[in-house]
Design a protein around this ligand. Structure first.
Ligand code: FES
Ligand code: FES
Length: 156
């Protein structure tokens, strides 16, 4: 079936099966590889994107069900046309928050949703927000530090 998706501010005409998960459309049709495939069953959070500003596990939601939503991926946080990284992306690099970094896109997108809702969260709130995002490398403390660093910066 054909439908239109709004991703990172651009409209895209998609031709996909009714039940094709958003993650596959993003990666295979649109070439947006920020969101990663981890578990494929909504458990790890590495595929997280935003739908109208709320975190969404893109591996389990059919793309066709998201018509009319404003979708944002990791790539969409980069300011256009300058190519400037967002404060979260910069903070993750500064804190060297990733080890293998596979979980990092999902961490950043989940943190982005938190900071949009609450500009200056406490460390406990950051930990709670990221609790369901898995990091097999055990980088959680550095990840939390990165989010706190970003939150301390002026909102963009
Ligand atoms: S790949 Fe989507 S939650 Fe794990
Ligand atoms: S840094 Fe490797 S899974 Fe998180």
């Amino acid at each position: 079936m054909a439908f239109t998706l709004s991703v990172n501010g651009d409209n895209h005409l998609i031709d996909a099966e009714e039940d094709t998960p958003l993650l596959y459309v993003l990666r295979d049709e649109l070439g947006l590889n920020g969101a990663k495939y981890g578990c494929g069953v909504g458990q790890c959070g590495t595929c997280t994107v935003l739908s109208n500003g709320a975190p969404l596990r893109s591996c389990i939601v059919p793309a066709a069900s998201l018509v009319g939503q404003q979708l944002t991926t990791l790539e969409g946080l980069v300011r256009r046309p300058e190519g400037t990284l967002s404060r979260l992306q910069r903070a993750f690099l500064t804190e060297q928050a990733g080890q293998c970094a596979y979980c990092i896109p999902g961490m950043i997108m989940t943190a982005e949703a938190l900071l949009r809702e609450k500009a200056t969260p406490s460390e406990a709130e950051v930990r709670t927000a990221l609790d369901a995002n898995l990091c097999r490398c055990g980088s959680h403390n550095r990840i939390v530090r990165a989010v706190m660093r970003a939150a301390a910066e002026k909102p963009e």
